[in-house]
Every structure is written in C-alpha cells, then in structure tokens.
Design a protein around this ligand. Structure first.
Ligand SMILES: Cc1cc2nc3c(=O)[nH]c(=O)nc-3n(C[C@H](O)[C@H](O)[C@H](O)COP(=O)(O)O)c2cc1C
Length: 356
C-alpha cells in the first residue's frame, strides 16, 4: 500500500478531502439552553478542522421536540436561533479547508421520557434494550409501538432537521442508522417484532431506513453530501449481534447501495475485529458488497492502525483519540507512539471542562 495514502486527498462526490481522516460524531450533552451547544463544544469542532482533520462530523442532533431525545443537553436544529448558532461554526470549518457533516437521529427505545417534551418512548415494538440506562442506572422503559401516523411524524422530524442543517450551511447530513437507535431498531429483528410492512423480512425491516433516506435526500440538495452510519452493536445491547448473520448485513448494505447516499460509515468497537464468525472485519465485508465510499471507525489510534484500517476503507474516523489529543492528526502523520483509549477516558466529553 502507498505509505502516504492516509494523507492523500480523497474526492467524496464534489468535495475534495485534504486527507483521509475525519472527526467521528460525538455527543457532548452541552445544549442545556435552547438546544444549542456550548461555545467550547463549537470551538472543539473548529479546532480539529484547524488541526488538519479533513472531515468533521457534529454530535448526533435529535430530530424533534417530541420523544427523540436520549441524553440530557442534546442539540436540535429546528429553530432559526439554532440554525444561526451553527452558521459560524460551519463557516469556520470551511475556512480551514475541511468538510462538515451534521449527524441526525431519533433515539426510539433509547429515549429518556423525563427529558422529552412528549414524555413518551416509541419504538418499532414494545421491547426494551437489555442493559440499563447508564445515566439513570435503571432499566429503560418498555416502549410504545410506533403507529403508522407516528412513523410519518418521525420522518417529518428528520426532514425538518435536515433542512435546518442545510440552512446552516453544512456540506452534508448523516442519517444515524447505527448503535441501536431508532433506525437501527427497525433494521434488527432483535428489536423489531412487527408483522406489518415495517417488520418481518429483511426488506420490510429496511423499509423505515429507506423512507428516512429518501425523505432526507429530498431536502439535501445534490451538491451536498448524504451519508449513512451503520453498526452491528447497540449502546444498550453491547453483546448482541444486531444483524442475524453476515448475509443479512450484506443484504442491507446492498439495499443501502441503491439509495441516493454518498458514503457508508461503518462503526465498530475495533475495526480489525472479525465479524459474524467470519475471517473478515466489518469494513472488508462491507467492501465486498458495495462500491460506495466507506468510512471506518473503532480503535484507530495511531499511524499503524489508521493505515491498516484504510486497506478496506476510504476514510478513517476517530472519536476518542481526536477528542483527547488536539494534535492527533499531526501525531499520526509523524508516526508517534499514541495510546489506545478506553471508553472512560472520554468522560471529559460530557463535562464542561473545555478540551485541549
Ligand atoms: C464522547 C463520545 C460521544 C459519542 N457520540 C456519538 C454520536 O453522537 N453519534 C455516533 O454515531 N457515535 C457517537 N460516538 C461513537 C464514536 O463516534 C465512535 O464510533 C466510537 O467512539 C469508536 O471510535 P473510537 O475508538 O475512535 O473512539 C461517541 C463516542 C464518544 C467517545
């Protein structure tokens, strides 16, 4: 492999990335007032663009004021004031020559009713996640089965939020279909027990993702990016394989490949882990069935791991390493010895201590 591939440009649709390294989406829970993040959280995103990340994802933005929110202090982009707050952030990222993408999502059964105006939890089926809510140390409530009218309303929330991201000037939008949140809940037979057009066969379970992607693309112009994030794990179902088999995952990637999206972002615990009992990792399996650009994330912490992960992907994303080390991109370039962080190391992200 070309030694400098990590630091070579990559063309993502009409956007030229200056290298193959991006900031993964990271929720910061700082939007206590008006669903607008704290200034130091904005500054963090800008600083990573200044420090040579080619691509900057925002934290996951919740899509409505009803029941999409899973964590306190999550941001929204539905009101003029919220859109205005993001505009200078997008501008600054662009000025640094980086591409900005806003991630949007609905928590579904991972919502926390007390912090949602509607005080309800909705999901494909009345099945709660297997683990407790880490913030309350109590079980998640059993969700209400989302009805057909609510499905339409939830999709409206995705549309309005994507519109907000476009109005703020973002280069793209990411539909968060990973980590056991609403879209992922529909995809997985583990959480989707429906017998209507949204459940049962893989095609039916995929139907909701399809509708969300189509609806969001309808308001994200062709000259902007639309990406989709996927994972085989959920934050409150850590040990569960959300897809029943490699074949099922491959089928979903094939269906995604027919959508008007510009890249698939594959999220793993550790990019190199073999998946579905095979001798291939998630990126390799994904590569085998799609020609869309692939982003890979999970445990990429130094030059060796980044180069290794790039063998089967086009872009590498970092969360913890780039969160904790402002010079991470340059340190990777220099081939410095860098730590592989544990989840707890990132807890500072949820405090109001500004990051370095
Ligand atoms: C503080 C923090 C917040 C996160 N928030 C999100 C999020 O909002 N959306 C998302 O898709 N992933 C989120 N993740 C997961 C990361 O994007 C990434 O997939 C994961 O941390 C593995 O990458 P890493 O080994 O480079 O940290 C978060 C991770 C951390 C550490």
């Amino acid at each position: 492999m070309n030694e400098d591939i990590l630091f070579s440009p990559f063309t993502l649709k009409d956007f030229k990335l200056k290298n193959r390294i991006g900031v993964a989406p990271m929720t910061r829970m700082s939007s206590i007032k008006d669903s607008i993040p704290r200034q130091d959280v904005f500054d963090f995103l800008i600083s990573r663009a200044q420090k040579n990340a080619a691509l900057v994802y925002t934290e996951a933005i919740v899509t409505d004021y009803e029941c999409s929110q899973g964590y306190p202090g999550q941001a929204r982009i539905l009101k003029e004031k919220q859109i205005e707050a993001w505009k200078p952030v997008v501008e600054s990222i662009r000025k640094e020559g980086a591409v900005s993408i806003m991630q949007i999502f609905h928590c579904g059964r991972m919502a926390w009713p007390e912090i949602n105006p509607a005080g309800r939890v909705i999901a494909p089926s009345p099945v709660a996640p297997s683990q407790d809510n880490p913030l309350t140390n109590s079980p998640y409530p059993i969700p209400e089965k989302i009805d057909l009218l609510e499905i339409e309303q939830v999709i409206e929330g995705f549309i309005d939020t994507a519109r907000g991201a476009v109005a703020a000037g973002f280069d793209g939008v990411e539909v968060h279909g990973a980590h056991g949140y609403l879209i992922s809940q529909f995809l997985s037979s583990y959480s989707n027990k429906r017998t209507d057009a949204y459940g049962g066969s893989i095609e039916n379970r995929y139907h909701f993702a399809h509708e969300v992607i189509q609806a969001v693309r309808g308001v994200v112009p062709d000259d902007r990016l639309l990406t989709f994030r996927i994972s085989n794990w959920g934050v409150a179902d850590m040990e569960v394989s959300l897809f029943e088999s490699r074949e099922e995952y491959e089928k979903i990637i094939q269906m995604l490949s027919k959508e008007p999206i510009d890249a698939i972002s594959v999220s793993t615990y550790k990019y190199a882990d073999m998946a579905f009992g095979s001798d291939m990792n998630m990126a390799q399996i994904t590569r085998g069935v799609t020609s869309l650009p692939i982003m890979i994330c999970g445990g990429i912490h130094d030059r060796a791991s980044a180069e290794d992960a790039m063998k089967d992907a086009d872009i590498v994303l970092s969360a913890k390493s780039i969160l904790l080390n402002p010079d991470w991109v340059e340190d990777v370039k220099a081939g410095k010895s860098l730590p592989l962080h544990k989840s707890e190391d990132a807890n500072i992200a949820y405090t109001d201590t500004p990051l370095p």
